[in-house]
Design a protein around this ligand. Structure first.
Ligand code: HEM
Length: 189
């Protein structure tokens, strides 16, 4: 099944990204440091979302409107006193040319709600931020996170009609992970 193969085939790039983010998160000492982390997610996911929205609407994914958007990241940044930076564009993003690519990139974004639980717990422990301010994005869908993930995977698995389409989706998802790593490295330079 596509979702199982996606997990397997993108594992190396997921782990590489996770490793870099864990190092970054461990060095966060102040709300300002945390805003810098939120900006990385906002600029990359926000750029992806602009491309994805050209190919996915409620017809393709009935609960699309209810899914987490980069606006939540922008709000977290503003709540902590920051200003959202310009979103990534062009060659900093993977090519999203059709619905298959859009679902593949969305797999990466939606899957990050699972790791997000770990991120929000770490940040809440490390920073003294009142009332969970700035944590809305990483809190994902709260108690509904697993159900939302299962529902997304079900729709995802219906998308590819043959092996070529499945291979294309795996390639795009893998690139989406790898290019986030490259984007973070570029912002730190
Ligand atoms: C500190 C950073 C991260 C940690 C510790 C982390 C950890 C995890 C863990 C533990 C899971 C498995 C959860 C489960 O099966 O219930 C998971 C799944 C996933 N994460 Fe991450 N993650 C991190 C960052 C990210 C980021 C930034 C992205 C996307 C850009 C991402 C994308 C995914 C995806 C797509 C899955 C689903 C894998 C699958 O079952 O198909 N993760 N992550």
């Amino acid at each position: 099944m596509l979702s199982e193969n996606l997990k397997k085939e993108t594992l190396a790039n997921h782990q590489q990204l996770e490793k870099m983010l864990v190092v970054k998160m461990k060095s966060i000492r102040s709300p300002q440091d945390y805003v810098d982390l939120l900006q990385l997610f906002y600029t990359y996911f926000g750029g992806l979302e602009t491309l994805i929205d050209q190919h996915i609407n409620a017809n393709e994914l009935s609960d699309h409107a209810a899914r987490r958007k980069s606006a939540a990241l922008a709000q977290d940044i503003i709540d902590l006193g920051g200003q959202p930076l310009p979103k990534a564009t062009g060659a900093d993003l993977p090519p999203i040319n059709d619905t298959l690519d859009a679902f593949a990139a969305m797999y990466v974004i939606e899957g990050s709600t699972l790791g997000g639980k770990i991120i929000s717990k770490m940040m809440a422990q490390q920073l003294n931020i009142p009332d969970g301010k700035g944590l809305s994005f990483f809190n994902g869908y709260g108690e509904d996170t697993d159900a939302m993930w299962q529902a997304f995977k079900q729709r995802l698995d219906e998308k590819p009609k043959n092996e070529q389409e499945e291979a294309k989706m795996i390639h795009t998802a893998d690139q989406t992970f790898a290019m986030f790593h490259a984007w973070i490295t570029k912002q730190a330079a």
